[in-house]
Design a protein. Sequence first.
Length: 428
Amino acid sequence: MLLSFIKYFRGYVEVTLWGYAPERFFNLCSNHDILIWDIAQQGDTYQFKVSVRGFFSLKPLLKKSGTHIRLKEKNGVPFFFFRYRKRKILFASIFLCMVILFTLSRFIWKIDIRGNDSVTDDSILQFLKEQGSCYGTNISDIDCEKLEEELRSCFADIIWTSCKREGTTLTIDVQENLVVKSEDANGRLPKEFKEQEQSGYDLLAMHDGTIDSIYVRKGTPLVEKGAQVKKGDVLVSGALPIYDDNGEVCAYQYCTADADIKLQTDYTYKERFSIRHQQKIYSENKTARYGISVGSRYLQLPWAKVPFRQYTVMETRNQLRLCDSFYLPVYFVQREYEEYETRQLTYSQNEAVDYAKKNLAEYLKKLTQKGVLILEKNVMIKKGKNKYTVSGSITVLENTFQYAVNNEHMTNAAGTEEDEGDTRHESE
């Protein structure tokens, strides 16, 4: 492959040979180190290829062997430039394309993220944008080792990362922690509490309900299984009592309470939607348009107006690349348009029930994704004059609470400051 490229770059010609002693001619070429290749015999004639320099050295050898040659074809870069020597714009365009390609090769135009599951591509791309390592970033400005450390420190679920540059592609391989960890209490503390660097925090109920189970890892439990609690009640105190020899509380040791508390509570569900609604009725009319996108600019080829008044668009993009890792910020775009008509319809009783069930299922799905266990749901749908009303309650079991600074700790801290103030006053 390389030898063929060198031959084409230097230029070569194809010739036809005939005469008295062609075998002697080939021997003379070999003795004089003249390279010829692709020799083919056709009757009494021979065809072969020879370099431009070798071609001009053949005259004395032809005379000695009594043979003759006829030039058949010229190939190679020298003949190409000579043939188009008057077309200056062509060569200027080629030079300009080479400069553009060289310039574009200095930037990142594709980011390939692999191995992520719980951490989405959008989250990682947003992180890269904040770090200044997104699309269009100069390759020399990307520090892969620093980027790996920042990824591990920013995303708790990522335990291993690998970043590498290949051409204009930035490849990010990640490995996530497959072991599900219980949520650390410090990770759930409000930011303002962390900044205060206080040590006494209680766990408060976020909803009214019944304690289904409670397991305390740190702190003093103030409720037990089956207890009825109200929103804001202290479930686990961050004050650990210290008793003297008489069994009386003499002091408190403060900590950040931590526990698993299952609370059975009722959520109120209510939704309203109009009896009349707009619906898209799709026809079978479709059309496709093709274009090129460079950055944020889109050029349709050829330009033609979409023949539909109302339509949806499905876009497919294919990025241009010169090799496996050399991508360019150019996309071939296919847009498929599908016509539809908007109609004003009225929900029937069955359609309204199906629509309400669909919305309720989406709501329950969101609760389930938050770790909430659905125990029971009692929901009814009623038809009004111009709308349907869906209302009821959903009984759930959830592990949820909120943090608050321990009141005993705050009182003691305030009392300590007053005592110190009195002491300073007496000393004065």
